[in-house]
Write a protein that binds this ligand. Structure first.
Ligand code: 2U9
Length: 348
């Protein structure tokens, strides 16, 4: 009996000192003490050697010991569950919303370019794109700007150093008209095409101008195309772009590649024509240039100007985008600052 009391004392102090609460240790504790071949079972088996008169007392002791071990196991298990985050916590909560995946947004220039393109597409215009590095024929000569023309000045144009063996001058296109020339040279008539793209001019960079910007130009060539067709096409564009209430006016202008030429203004869509900073108190905002294609340009591309006539127009993309989105510095478009870019979504 004395032996049993002593043994239980030693076991109790060993159990009392047991503190490991990771799950494998707690399981090892259970197997050692409470398992089918565990020590609780073993000491219980010692009952049979206890003299009859001491059985009651021994039974009490062993029972207390078993309860003691079970209580310790229960404490260890609870601690293990708490330290592993809890069984409930470990199970994923499928009702929680998923992680937000950051979506990219379209660049405001792309949004404005697509808006312009989609209006002309509804009128049957196809979209054509051309090279940004161009030879002087497609950028200047074919467009009725021969060798001496002032627009070719180094001050205005970025020339590309193609080496002294190059037979032609290479440059960064100053307008997307090079693309229309390439379409015309293919000789498939009639032509109804719009040409969006990036162009380059040797301008000092400031809040209002940059050395590269974007244009959408259009071209319509067929038999009997008149200035009235040009006006009707552009009226439709303005109505779709700025709403049915805006008024339109044409002012005579000059471009080497069109004759006659005009610039088109719309009544200021910011102040409604009353006069504000955007329209410089005039009530009008210039939005594009246009005209009937110069016969020399048709001829340069192998199109008979006696049989065919056409109109062309060109507009910048940055300015309408700045007005629509309230952007006051053109440089923001090319700085790739995500704080700026993420403000635009394809819905706007
Ligand atoms: C061909 C023949 C004629 C395209 C045209 C304009 C007038 C024009 C400016 C608008 C703002 C350039 O971006 S901007 O600075 N463009 O005023 N562009 S007519 O005329 C063409 C094009 C191609 C073969």
């Amino acid at each position: 009996m004395q032996d049993l009391v002593q043994k239980l004392q030693i076991y109790k102090s060993e159990i009392g000192e047991y503190t490991a609460t990771d799950e494998p240790s707690v399981e090892a504790f259970r197997i050692k003490w409470l398992g089918s071949k565990g020590l609780v079972k073993t000491v219980m088996g010692a009952m049979k050697d206890v003299p009859v008169e001491q059985k009651k007392e021994a039974g009490q002791l062993l029972n207390d010991f078993k309860l003691f071990v079970e209580a310790k196991f229960s404490d260890l298990k609870e601690a293990a569950t708490a330290s592993s985050g809890g069984a409930e916590k470990a199970r994923p909560d499928l009702s929680l919303p998923g992680d937000t995946i950051a979506l990219g947004s379209r660049h405001p220039i792309t949004l404005m370019r697509n808006k312009i393109i989609s209006i002309f597409q509804r009128l049957g215009f196809a979209v054509a794109e051309g090279p940004e590095i161009e030879d002087d024929w497609h950028n200047f000569t074919a467009l009725n700007m021969p060798a001496h023309h002032p627009a070719r000045d180094m001050q205005d144009t970025f020339y590309v150093d193609a080496g002294s063996n190059s037979a032609v001058d290479w440059l960064l296109r100053t307008h997307t008209s090079n693309t229309q020339i390439r379409v015309m040279e293919k000789g498939v008539l009639p032509i109804r095409v719009i040409c969006p793209g990036r162009v380059y001019r040797n301008e000092t960079i400031s809040a209002r101008s940059h050395c590269f910007f974007h244009q959408v130009e259009g071209l319509y060539i067929d038999e009997n195309v008149s200035f009235a067709d040009l006006k009707q096409t552009l009226y439709f564009f303005v109505k779709e772009m700025y709403g049915g209430d805006v008024r339109v006016r044409f002012r005579p202008s000059y471009f080497p590649f069109t004759e006659p030429s005009a610039e088109m203004d719309v009544s200021c869509f910011i102040c409604g024509g009353k006069g504000c900073n955007i329209c410089k108190k005039t009530g009008w905002v210039e939005i594009l240039g246009c005209g009937m294609i110069h016969p020399n340009v048709l001829q340069n591309c192998g199109i008979d100007p006696e049989k065919y006539t056409g109109f062309a127009f060109g507009m910048g993309v940055e300015r309408p985008a700045m007005l629509k989105y309230g952007i006051n510095d053109i440089r923001l478009f090319s700085e790739n600052d995500v704080r700026f870019l993420r403000q635009f979504t394809s819905a706007t």
